[in-house]
Design a protein around this ligand. Structure first.
Ligand code: NDP
Length: 319
Protein backbone atom coordinates (compact mmCIF):
# COMPACT_ATOMS: atom_id res chain seq x y z
CA UNK A 1 0.00 0.00 0.00
CA UNK A 2 1.23 3.51 -0.76
CA UNK A 3 2.64 5.73 1.99
CA UNK A 4 0.28 7.89 4.04
CA UNK A 5 1.28 11.55 4.45
CA UNK A 6 -0.26 13.79 7.12
CA UNK A 7 -0.63 17.35 5.81
CA UNK A 8 -1.52 19.90 8.50
CA UNK A 9 -3.61 22.94 7.54
CA UNK A 10 -4.92 21.01 4.54
CA UNK A 11 -7.37 23.75 3.54
CA UNK A 12 -4.61 26.34 3.00
CA UNK A 13 -3.46 27.67 -0.38
CA UNK A 14 -0.09 25.89 -0.42
CA UNK A 15 -1.41 22.75 1.28
CA UNK A 16 -4.23 22.21 -1.21
CA UNK A 17 -1.76 22.35 -4.11
CA UNK A 18 0.58 20.02 -2.23
CA UNK A 19 -2.18 17.52 -1.52
CA UNK A 20 -3.05 17.42 -5.24
CA UNK A 21 0.61 16.80 -6.06
CA UNK A 22 0.94 14.04 -3.45
CA UNK A 23 -2.21 12.29 -4.71
CA UNK A 24 -0.98 12.59 -8.31
CA UNK A 25 2.25 10.89 -7.25
CA UNK A 26 0.37 7.99 -5.69
CA UNK A 27 0.60 8.88 -2.00
CA UNK A 28 -2.36 8.65 0.34
CA UNK A 29 -3.06 11.86 2.25
CA UNK A 30 -4.65 12.62 5.60
CA UNK A 31 -5.28 16.35 5.82
CA UNK A 32 -5.93 18.18 9.06
CA UNK A 33 -8.55 20.93 9.22
CA UNK A 34 -10.27 22.56 12.15
CA UNK A 35 -13.90 22.74 11.06
CA UNK A 36 -16.52 20.60 9.31
CA UNK A 37 -17.00 23.39 6.82
CA UNK A 38 -13.31 23.34 5.77
CA UNK A 39 -13.40 19.53 5.67
CA UNK A 40 -16.32 19.57 3.22
CA UNK A 41 -14.77 22.29 1.10
CA UNK A 42 -11.37 20.62 0.90
CA UNK A 43 -12.91 17.25 -0.01
CA UNK A 44 -14.95 18.82 -2.76
CA UNK A 45 -11.97 20.80 -4.18
CA UNK A 46 -9.74 17.72 -4.18
CA UNK A 47 -12.44 15.48 -5.71
CA UNK A 48 -12.84 18.05 -8.46
CA UNK A 49 -9.18 17.94 -9.50
CA UNK A 50 -8.12 14.41 -8.51
CA UNK A 51 -9.92 11.12 -8.94
CA UNK A 52 -7.64 9.11 -6.64
CA UNK A 53 -10.05 9.17 -3.67
CA UNK A 54 -7.09 8.71 -1.32
CA UNK A 55 -7.86 11.69 0.91
CA UNK A 56 -8.85 11.36 4.56
CA UNK A 57 -9.61 14.23 6.91
CA UNK A 58 -8.62 14.64 10.57
CA UNK A 59 -10.17 17.40 12.67
CA UNK A 60 -7.52 18.88 14.97
CA UNK A 61 -6.33 22.27 16.19
CA UNK A 62 -2.73 23.41 16.61
CA UNK A 63 -3.61 24.76 20.06
CA UNK A 64 -5.21 21.59 21.43
CA UNK A 65 -3.79 18.15 22.23
CA UNK A 66 -6.94 16.24 21.32
CA UNK A 67 -6.88 14.14 18.20
CA UNK A 68 -3.21 14.36 17.23
CA UNK A 69 -2.31 10.79 18.32
CA UNK A 70 -5.12 9.41 16.17
CA UNK A 71 -4.20 11.74 13.30
CA UNK A 72 -0.69 10.23 13.22
CA UNK A 73 -1.79 6.58 13.15
CA UNK A 74 -0.14 4.79 10.21
CA UNK A 75 1.58 7.94 8.96
CA UNK A 76 4.88 7.63 7.05
CA UNK A 77 5.54 11.33 6.60
CA UNK A 78 4.43 14.67 8.02
CA UNK A 79 4.09 17.91 6.03
CA UNK A 80 3.54 20.57 8.70
CA UNK A 81 2.05 23.52 6.82
CA UNK A 82 -0.55 24.95 9.21
CA UNK A 83 0.34 28.33 10.67
CA UNK A 84 -1.57 31.60 10.69
CA UNK A 85 -0.64 34.03 7.89
CA UNK A 86 -2.97 37.01 8.29
CA UNK A 87 -2.91 40.10 6.08
CA UNK A 88 -2.24 42.48 8.97
CA UNK A 89 -0.44 42.35 12.29
CA UNK A 90 -2.58 41.42 15.31
CA UNK A 91 -2.55 43.70 18.39
CA UNK A 92 -1.21 40.80 20.43
CA UNK A 93 1.70 39.04 18.71
CA UNK A 94 0.87 35.83 20.60
CA UNK A 95 -2.14 35.36 18.33
CA UNK A 96 0.41 34.39 15.69
CA UNK A 97 3.28 33.12 17.77
CA UNK A 98 1.28 30.66 19.87
CA UNK A 99 -0.21 28.60 17.02
CA UNK A 100 3.05 28.80 15.05
CA UNK A 101 5.41 27.88 17.89
CA UNK A 102 3.22 25.78 20.20
CA UNK A 103 1.63 24.19 17.15
CA UNK A 104 4.96 23.19 15.64
CA UNK A 105 6.13 21.74 18.95
CA UNK A 106 2.85 19.88 19.48
CA UNK A 107 2.79 18.44 15.94
CA UNK A 108 6.44 17.37 15.85
CA UNK A 109 6.28 15.91 19.35
CA UNK A 110 3.19 13.88 18.39
CA UNK A 111 5.00 12.75 15.22
CA UNK A 112 7.96 11.63 17.33
CA UNK A 113 5.67 9.74 19.72
CA UNK A 114 4.04 7.99 16.77
CA UNK A 115 7.44 7.04 15.32
CA UNK A 116 6.94 9.01 12.08
CA UNK A 117 10.28 8.77 10.27
CA UNK A 118 10.23 11.90 8.08
CA UNK A 119 8.87 15.43 8.35
CA UNK A 120 8.85 18.49 6.12
CA UNK A 121 8.11 21.86 7.68
CA UNK A 122 6.80 24.85 5.76
CA UNK A 123 8.82 27.71 7.15
CA UNK A 124 9.39 30.93 5.19
CA UNK A 125 12.06 33.33 4.00
CA UNK A 126 10.65 35.23 6.97
CA UNK A 127 12.92 32.95 9.03
CA UNK A 128 15.93 33.69 6.80
CA UNK A 129 16.30 37.27 5.71
CA UNK A 130 15.10 39.79 8.32
CA UNK A 131 16.42 41.65 11.35
CA UNK A 132 19.99 41.40 10.09
CA UNK A 133 22.07 43.73 7.88
CA UNK A 134 21.27 43.66 4.15
CA UNK A 135 23.74 41.82 1.94
CA UNK A 136 26.35 43.68 -0.08
CA UNK A 137 25.41 44.40 -3.72
CA UNK A 138 25.21 41.15 -5.72
CA UNK A 139 25.00 38.82 -2.69
CA UNK A 140 21.88 36.86 -1.85
CA UNK A 141 20.45 35.44 1.38
CA UNK A 142 20.98 31.69 1.65
CA UNK A 143 19.93 28.80 3.88
CA UNK A 144 22.88 29.63 6.16
CA UNK A 145 21.18 32.91 7.13
CA UNK A 146 18.72 33.25 9.98
CA UNK A 147 16.38 36.09 10.86
CA UNK A 148 17.19 37.76 14.17
CA UNK A 149 13.83 37.48 15.93
CA UNK A 150 15.05 39.71 18.77
CA UNK A 151 14.89 42.69 16.40
CA UNK A 152 11.68 44.55 15.59
CA UNK A 153 10.71 42.27 12.71
CA UNK A 154 6.95 42.02 13.24
CA UNK A 155 4.78 39.24 14.63
CA UNK A 156 4.57 37.04 11.53
CA UNK A 157 8.31 37.04 10.86
CA UNK A 158 8.94 36.31 14.53
CA UNK A 159 6.36 33.50 14.56
CA UNK A 160 7.95 31.74 11.59
CA UNK A 161 11.51 32.15 12.92
CA UNK A 162 10.69 30.85 16.41
CA UNK A 163 8.68 27.95 14.97
CA UNK A 164 11.48 26.85 12.64
CA UNK A 165 14.08 27.11 15.42
CA UNK A 166 11.87 24.95 17.66
CA UNK A 167 11.41 22.40 14.88
CA UNK A 168 15.16 21.96 14.47
CA UNK A 169 15.56 21.58 18.23
CA UNK A 170 13.00 18.76 18.33
CA UNK A 171 14.56 17.18 15.23
CA UNK A 172 17.80 16.76 17.17
CA UNK A 173 16.08 14.64 19.86
CA UNK A 174 16.40 10.85 19.71
CA UNK A 175 13.51 9.23 17.86
CA UNK A 176 12.29 12.47 16.27
CA UNK A 177 11.42 12.48 12.57
CA UNK A 178 14.26 13.41 10.23
CA UNK A 179 13.42 16.98 9.26
CA UNK A 180 13.63 18.99 6.04
CA UNK A 181 12.43 22.57 5.82
CA UNK A 182 11.10 24.59 2.86
CA UNK A 183 11.40 28.39 3.13
CA UNK A 184 9.17 29.98 0.47
CA UNK A 185 9.06 33.66 -0.38
CA UNK A 186 5.69 35.24 -1.33
CA UNK A 187 3.68 32.39 -2.83
CA UNK A 188 1.64 33.24 -5.93
CA UNK A 189 0.56 31.22 -8.97
CA UNK A 190 -2.74 29.67 -10.06
CA UNK A 191 -5.64 29.07 -7.69
CA UNK A 192 -7.53 25.79 -7.48
CA UNK A 193 -10.33 27.18 -5.35
CA UNK A 194 -11.97 30.55 -4.77
CA UNK A 195 -10.95 30.83 -1.12
CA UNK A 196 -7.54 32.49 -1.03
CA UNK A 197 -4.94 33.46 1.53
CA UNK A 198 -2.84 36.51 2.21
CA UNK A 199 -0.34 36.15 -0.63
CA UNK A 200 -3.01 35.89 -3.35
CA UNK A 201 -4.83 38.67 -1.51
CA UNK A 202 -1.87 40.96 -2.14
CA UNK A 203 -2.20 40.43 -5.90
CA UNK A 204 -5.96 40.99 -5.63
CA UNK A 205 -5.18 44.23 -3.79
CA UNK A 206 -2.98 45.42 -6.65
CA UNK A 207 -5.51 44.39 -9.32
CA UNK A 208 -8.28 46.32 -7.60
CA UNK A 209 -6.16 49.37 -6.77
CA UNK A 210 -6.54 48.78 -3.03
CA UNK A 211 -2.92 47.83 -2.29
CA UNK A 212 -0.14 50.37 -2.32
CA UNK A 213 2.22 49.75 -5.24
CA UNK A 214 5.14 51.00 -3.23
CA UNK A 215 8.79 50.68 -4.27
CA UNK A 216 9.73 50.56 -0.60
CA UNK A 217 8.31 47.06 -0.09
CA UNK A 218 10.17 44.22 -1.81
CA UNK A 219 9.58 40.47 -1.87
CA UNK A 220 10.78 37.35 -3.59
CA UNK A 221 7.99 35.65 -5.54
CA UNK A 222 7.52 31.92 -6.07
CA UNK A 223 4.92 29.82 -7.87
CA UNK A 224 2.75 27.66 -5.60
CA UNK A 225 3.27 24.64 -7.89
CA UNK A 226 7.03 24.91 -7.34
CA UNK A 227 6.52 25.21 -3.59
CA UNK A 228 4.35 22.07 -3.59
CA UNK A 229 6.97 20.23 -5.65
CA UNK A 230 9.76 21.42 -3.34
CA UNK A 231 7.94 19.87 -0.37
CA UNK A 232 7.47 16.53 -2.13
CA UNK A 233 11.09 16.50 -3.35
CA UNK A 234 12.35 17.48 0.11
CA UNK A 235 10.45 14.47 1.47
CA UNK A 236 11.72 12.05 -1.16
CA UNK A 237 15.33 13.15 -1.65
CA UNK A 238 17.96 11.50 0.51
CA UNK A 239 20.28 14.51 0.30
CA UNK A 240 17.49 16.79 1.58
CA UNK A 241 17.45 15.23 5.04
CA UNK A 242 18.37 17.67 7.77
CA UNK A 243 18.42 20.57 5.29
CA UNK A 244 16.49 23.77 4.68
CA UNK A 245 15.62 24.99 1.17
CA UNK A 246 14.70 28.47 0.03
CA UNK A 247 11.90 28.34 -2.56
CA UNK A 248 11.89 31.65 -4.41
CA UNK A 249 12.25 33.16 -7.82
CA UNK A 250 12.99 36.82 -8.53
CA UNK A 251 12.80 39.55 -5.86
CA UNK A 252 10.77 42.63 -6.83
CA UNK A 253 8.98 45.56 -5.27
CA UNK A 254 5.23 46.07 -5.06
CA UNK A 255 5.68 48.86 -7.64
CA UNK A 256 7.39 46.36 -10.00
CA UNK A 257 4.51 43.94 -9.49
CA UNK A 258 1.95 46.63 -10.35
CA UNK A 259 3.90 47.54 -13.51
CA UNK A 260 3.93 43.91 -14.65
CA UNK A 261 0.18 43.60 -14.06
CA UNK A 262 -0.58 46.87 -15.88
CA UNK A 263 1.42 45.74 -18.88
CA UNK A 264 -0.12 42.26 -18.94
CA UNK A 265 -3.72 43.46 -18.54
CA UNK A 266 -3.89 46.78 -20.42
CA UNK A 267 -7.70 46.63 -20.57
CA UNK A 268 -7.89 46.94 -16.78
CA UNK A 269 -4.78 49.07 -16.23
CA UNK A 270 -6.82 51.98 -14.85
CA UNK A 271 -8.11 49.75 -12.02
CA UNK A 272 -4.66 48.43 -11.09
CA UNK A 273 -2.67 50.27 -8.40
CA UNK A 274 -0.38 52.91 -9.92
CA UNK A 275 3.32 52.19 -9.31
CA UNK A 276 4.52 54.83 -6.85
CA UNK A 277 7.74 56.82 -7.02
CA UNK A 278 10.18 56.86 -4.14
CA UNK A 279 13.09 55.13 -2.46
CA UNK A 280 13.45 51.50 -3.34
CA UNK A 281 13.30 48.86 -0.60
CA UNK A 282 16.51 47.45 0.77
CA UNK A 283 17.17 44.41 -1.41
CA UNK A 284 16.74 41.23 0.67
CA UNK A 285 16.73 38.74 -2.16
CA UNK A 286 16.96 35.02 -1.40
CA UNK A 287 18.94 32.49 -3.46
CA UNK A 288 17.21 29.41 -4.86
CA UNK A 289 20.49 27.72 -5.88
CA UNK A 290 20.29 24.95 -3.28
CA UNK A 291 16.69 24.00 -4.14
CA UNK A 292 17.62 23.89 -7.83
CA UNK A 293 20.70 21.82 -7.21
CA UNK A 294 19.54 19.36 -4.53
CA UNK A 295 15.80 19.14 -5.24
CA UNK A 296 16.00 19.70 -9.00
CA UNK A 297 13.31 22.40 -8.98
CA UNK A 298 13.17 24.59 -12.08
CA UNK A 299 11.50 27.69 -10.75
CA UNK A 300 8.69 29.27 -12.76
CA UNK A 301 9.68 32.88 -13.51
CA UNK A 302 8.17 35.22 -10.90
CA UNK A 303 6.64 37.26 -13.72
CA UNK A 304 4.70 34.22 -15.03
CA UNK A 305 3.63 33.14 -11.53
CA UNK A 306 2.27 36.63 -10.86
CA UNK A 307 0.33 36.65 -14.13
CA UNK A 308 -1.05 33.18 -13.32
CA UNK A 309 -2.46 34.49 -10.01
CA UNK A 310 -4.01 37.49 -11.71
CA UNK A 311 -5.50 35.31 -14.46
CA UNK A 312 -7.04 32.99 -11.83
CA UNK A 313 -8.52 35.94 -9.95
CA UNK A 314 -9.96 37.42 -13.14
CA UNK A 315 -11.31 34.10 -14.48
CA UNK A 316 -12.97 33.37 -11.15
CA UNK A 317 -14.58 36.81 -11.01
CA UNK A 318 -12.73 37.67 -7.82
CA UNK A 319 -11.54 41.11 -8.98
P1 NDP B 1 -3.32 29.84 4.31
O1 NDP B 1 -3.82 30.93 5.18
O2 NDP B 1 -4.01 29.56 3.04
O3 NDP B 1 -3.20 28.49 5.17
C1 NDP B 1 -2.85 28.48 6.50
C2 NDP B 1 -3.40 27.20 7.10
O4 NDP B 1 -3.06 27.13 8.48
C3 NDP B 1 -4.91 27.12 7.01
O5 NDP B 1 -5.28 25.82 6.62
C4 NDP B 1 -5.35 27.39 8.45
O6 NDP B 1 -6.55 26.76 8.81
C5 NDP B 1 -4.20 26.75 9.20
N1 NDP B 1 -4.20 27.22 10.59
C6 NDP B 1 -3.99 28.48 11.04
N2 NDP B 1 -4.10 28.50 12.38
C7 NDP B 1 -4.40 27.23 12.78
C8 NDP B 1 -4.65 26.60 14.03
N3 NDP B 1 -4.64 27.29 15.18
N4 NDP B 1 -4.91 25.26 14.05
C9 NDP B 1 -4.97 24.57 12.90
N5 NDP B 1 -4.73 25.10 11.68
C10 NDP B 1 -4.45 26.41 11.63
O7 NDP B 1 -1.81 30.15 4.07
P2 NDP B 1 -0.71 29.58 3.08
O8 NDP B 1 -1.15 28.39 2.35
O9 NDP B 1 -0.25 30.75 2.34
O10 NDP B 1 0.40 29.20 4.17
C11 NDP B 1 0.71 27.86 4.51
C12 NDP B 1 2.05 27.86 5.20
O11 NDP B 1 3.02 28.44 4.35
C13 NDP B 1 2.09 28.67 6.50
O12 NDP B 1 2.95 27.98 7.39
C14 NDP B 1 2.75 29.99 6.06
O13 NDP B 1 3.40 30.62 7.13
C15 NDP B 1 3.73 29.45 5.03
N6 NDP B 1 4.17 30.44 4.06
C16 NDP B 1 3.29 31.07 3.22
C17 NDP B 1 3.74 31.98 2.28
C18 NDP B 1 2.82 32.66 1.32
O14 NDP B 1 3.24 33.63 0.68
N7 NDP B 1 1.58 32.21 1.15
C19 NDP B 1 5.16 32.32 2.18
C20 NDP B 1 6.02 31.57 3.08
C21 NDP B 1 5.53 30.67 3.97
P3 NDP B 1 -8.00 27.52 8.62
O15 NDP B 1 -8.27 27.42 7.15
O16 NDP B 1 -8.92 26.76 9.47
O17 NDP B 1 -7.78 28.95 9.08
Amino acid sequence: MSELILVTGGSGFIATHTIVRLLMKGYRVRATVRSEEKAKKLTSVINHVSSSGDLEIAMVDLLKDEGWDEAFEGVAGLFHMASPFPAGSPKDEDELIRPALEGTKRVLTAAKKAGVPRAVLTSSVAAVAYGTPAKPEGELFTEDDWTDADQDVGAYVKSKTLAERAAWEIAHEDGAPVLSVVNPSLVVGPMIEDDFGTSVGMVQGLLTGKAEASPSRGLGLVDVRDVAEAHVKAFETEAARGQRFIASDEWMTMADMASILREAFPGRADKISAPQEGDKAERRAPSNAKAREVLGIEFTPAHDALIATATSLIDRGLV
